[in-house]
Design a protein around this ligand. Structure first.
Ligand SMILES: [Mn+2]
Length: 220
């Protein structure tokens, strides 16, 4: 199977790298399955501006020509009904026992338990931007808090690896943390495809015998 896996586009967010993504779709080979691994839209309850809606329309169009799999992320909740019929919408997907694909919010046991802290953190970030700090996605700002961010990332990775091992997979790919990485832990390969809210953006190229995490710019 030939597939391209991407995650965390956050279409509708001010930080969605739309032009780059349009270029990426333009160069997408027709013989690939496109796997959208969660958080494809930023806010399912808000109307999108025209340019963002056009990206969704383009994805729908692509799904009529080649297989598109939409894996639900925590941000996509509530959006699913609008695209049913054109793309397959699921919670996880697997390619044989080679690769387990899921967004990663199910592996995140920290953020859902820290709602108050996260709310306060987002508020602080929004205030900083309002007061003139460089506007970046809140996840990009959170990376400055390196120790804290590492704990969140590691938690998702450890649970993902355990899940893959228990279910007999060689590798697991997630998004959710907005941090691209490719490592091996306890003999399981863990890949994270990062996010399209800050450069560089990444995609995972799946061929019958390889998994390769690549920078999006290499696809143009
Ligand atoms: Mn996300």
């Amino acid at each position: 199977m030939n597939a391209i896996i991407i995650s965390d586009l956050h279409i509708g967010s001010a930080y969605f790298q739309r032009r780059d993504f349009e270029g990426f779709l333009h160069h997408l080979a027709e013989d690939r399955t496109l796997i959208l691994n969660g958080d494809i839209v930023d806010c399912p309850y808000e109307a999108m501006q025209k340019a963002d809606q056009q990206v969704i329309d383009r994805l729908q169009q692509i799904s009529q020509q080649q297989p598109v799999v939409w894996i639900r992320g925590n941000h996509d909740n509530g959006y699913l009904a609008k695209i049913l019929g054109t793309a397959e919408v699921i919670r996880s997907y697997s390619i044989g026992n080679r690769l387990f694909i899921t967004h990663g919010d199910d592996f995140d046991h920290i953020m859902p338990r820290s709602r108050f802290f996260i709310k306060a953190f987002k508020w602080m970030h929004a205030m900083r931007v309002r007061l003139g700090a460089r506007p970046v996605h809140v996840a990009q700002y959170a990376k400055k808090w390196a120790a804290l961010y590492r704990v969140l990332r590691k938690n998702v990775m450890l649970n993902a690896v355990d899940c893959a091992a228990e279910n007999g997979f060689d590798a697991v790919v997630c998004g959710h943390t907005h941090f691209a990485e490719d490592l091996v832990f306890k003999g399981i390969r863990y890949i994270n495809t990062g996010a399209w809210t800050e450069a560089p953006m990444y995609f995972l190229q799946v061929t019958p015998d390889s998994l390769e995490l690549k920078k999006a710019e290499s696809a143009f």
